[in-house]
Ligand binder design. Structure first.
Ligand code: HEM
Length: 202
């Protein structure tokens, strides 16, 4: 009997999966660099961690203010955790240079929208992984209303919030060149966090 060969399967991987795989090792390095700050030993350690988180949210602000990204991600501005991390710093008396809400920050990052998408992926993903950090912060007496606001889950729950993001991200029509730029953006974001964390290790 003649055997029927199934048509060749072409698996087109979603952007979120491609970004995840392209940055797996970098995520591991960031995990280690963050934990090397001993963020949950005491409030001093947590303050070191908070500085890293502040720097990352501040640097990532252009993603949340970009009208091109807002066309793709419907709840973009609501996702921004900059104000939350500023309040966490105020709670704990961690002094940081605040970014005026109206000041344009686009010059800090590449203007390419796909590059910003890579940064946005890393920022949103860091909230998914924050469940563990939030639990550890609670051991220091920190919560969604004091000191750990930026680590708190959103009202719709962490998993759903992330899925809603990746669904929108994966629905964007991008060329291979755009995807390469998104990957470069995500790598840059991870490298930024790692460098910040390493600079604060005592
Ligand atoms: C600012 C630092 C961090 C950044 C930028 C970051 C970034 C990310 C990203 C992008 C993802 C999503 C991966 C995906 O596509 O599924 C993720 C998930 C995750 N991260 Fe992190 N991360 C950070 C710190 C940490 C730390 C310190 C830990 C633990 C020691 C951690 C644990 C996790 C875990 C467990 C997940 C998977 C969560 C799940 O699938 O439910 N992350 N993180």
């Amino acid at each position: 009997m003649e055997t029927v060969t199934p048509p060749e399967q072409t698996t087109v991987q979603s952007l979120s999966k491609r970004l995840k795989h392209a940055t797996r090792e970098q995520h591991e390095r960031v995990d280690h660099a963050i934990m090397a700050l001993r963020p949950f030993d005491d409030l001093e350690g947590y303050a070191r961690f908070l500085r890293v988180q502040y720097g990352f949210q501040q640097r990532g602000l252009p993603c949340y203010r970009d009208p091109r990204l807002a066309d793709w991600i419907s709840d973009l501005t609501l996702r921004c955790r900059y104000a939350a991390v500023v309040r966490d710093c105020q709670d704990l008396g961690v002094e940081v240079e605040q970014q005026a809400e109206t000041k344009p920050t686009g010059a800090l990052l590449s203007e390419a929208a796909s590059h910003l998408l890579g940064w946005l992926y890393v920022n949103e993903g860091s909230n998914l992984g924050a469940a563990f950090l939030f639990k550890r912060a609670a051991e220091l007496g920190l919560s969604a209303s004091y000191g750990a606001r930026h680590l708190a889950p959103s009202d719709d729950g962490r998993g759903l919030h992330w899925r809603h993001f990746t669904q929108q991200l994966d629905a964007i029509a991008l060329s291979e060149a755009d995807i390469a730029q998104a990957v470069a953006g995500a790598k840059e974001a991870f490298a930024y966090v790692e460098a910040q964390a390493r600079s604060l290790v005592r």
